[in-house]
Design a protein around this ligand. Structure first.
Ligand code: KG4
Ligand code: ZN
Length: 336
């Protein structure tokens, strides 16, 4: 079938990834070269280092994706690439590679919104998924709650006004000296902490019933830790991490439960790096089960950044005739 086999390229942040996906849902290969070790000593992603590493790795990663899928360039039907949101220098490395391949092979170029990729990551393991549904995308750069009645049409119900959910994990982890990336580190230490020891603020955003805000929570955690250190001489890291995590998940859950009242669907998708969090999955699962609503989330490989989700979303865009021209540019602040 025309447009069947898509090469996806993802370089928006600190993962260099290429994948081959057939029919938008069947992963033939998904190669991810993580740069975590490179950035760890700096406590976060250093944009300049990230772009240089993408440049160094991307050729090999693409070759490996083709080899593992058992296909050559001539078998492909399109080249999909993340063009935003993300780090501009990193995005450009993937975009230039994709344009070069598209031009030299005479294949359609498909610019993919990274957030759309995260949403579609759920289809890679649940090809039968069909709207209407709600999707909560939670990652290092975005926190979006959306409703869709058909693939391709999205109603944004709420997004974050300041920090993204994953960003708040990363900042709290950095403050507590837990290292980078912060999400898994906070989750790990929170397992041995008391989530009810500290009561932390959740924002009231008035009319914006589905909106998010995490920067006040982060500041409250920092103030709490300072106060305890002064009073008790040490910071109860595990209890603070557990109380912080509980508050983040309470906020996310509350918005989903509210959205279900206005949009009574029977499917909720979770996507993005924070969807890897087992505590979030469990709490959401427990809440939705009581309502007879099914929860879907990708396996770990497809939660954090990967090119399979980009190729998957690219396939659907190609089917809809949404191809890009060779002047495709990077959009660091792109929204869904
Ligand atoms: O989707 P992703 O790989 O990149 C972006 O598009 O931003 O998400 C990365 C984010 C980071 O903030 C990381 O700390 C968070 O996802 N994350 C987690 C977990 N694993 C990754 N947050 C909470 N719990 C986790 N287990
Ligand atoms: Zn992402």
């Amino acid at each position: 079938m025309a447009g069947d086999l898509i090469l996806g390229i993802e370089t928006s942040c600190d993962e260099t990834s290429a994948a081959v996906v057939s029919g938008g849902r069947f992963v033939k290969s998904n190669i991810i070269a993580s740069q975590i070790n490179l950035h760890r000593e700096f406590g976060g992603v250093v944009p300049e280092l990230a772009s240089r590493k993408h440049l160094e790795l991307l050729d090999r990663v693409i070759k490996k994706a083709l080899d593992e899928a058992g296909v050559g360039f001539s078998d492909l039907d399109g080249i999909a690439v993340t063009y935003g949101p993300g780090l501009v220098g990193s995005l450009l490395i993937g975009i230039v590679a994709a344009k070069t391949l598209s031009w030299s092979l005479g294949l359609p170029l498909i610019g993919v919104n990274h957030i759309l990729g995260h949403i579609y990551s759920n289809l890679l393991e649940h090809p039968e998924l069909e709207p209407p549904l709600l999707c909560l995308t939670v990652s290092g750069g975005h926190t979006d709650l959306l409703y869709t009645e058909e693939w391709g049409e999205y109603r944004i119900l709420g997004r974050t006004r300041d920090d993204a959910a994953g960003e708040s994990y990363d900042k709290v982890a950095r403050f507590l000296g837990l290292g980078y990336p912060g999400g898994p580190a906070v989750e790990r230490i929170a397992e041995s902490g008391d989530p009810d020891r500290f009561s932390l603020p959740s924002p009231n955003l008035g009319e914006d019933r589905f909106g998010f805000s995490f920067s006040g929570l982060k500041t409250a955690v920092i103030n709490l830790a300072h106060n305890l250190e002064q009073k008790e001489g040490q910071i109860p890291v595990a209890d603070i991490a557990a109380s912080f995590q509980k508050t983040v998940v309470d906020i996310l859950l509350e918005r989903v439960e509210r959205a279900l009242k206005d949009y009574p669907v029977d499917k909720v998708l979770l996507a993005g790096g924070v969807a890897a969090n087992k505590y979030l999955r469990r709490r959401l699962q427990e809440s939705l089960e009581k309502k007879g609503v099914d929860l879907y989330y990708p396996s770990l490989e497809y939660c954090t950044d990967n090119a399979a989700m980009v190729a998957g979303a690219g396939y659907f865009l190609l089917q809809q005739g949404k191809v890009s021209s060779l002047d495709l540019d990077a959009y660091p602040q792109l929204k869904i």
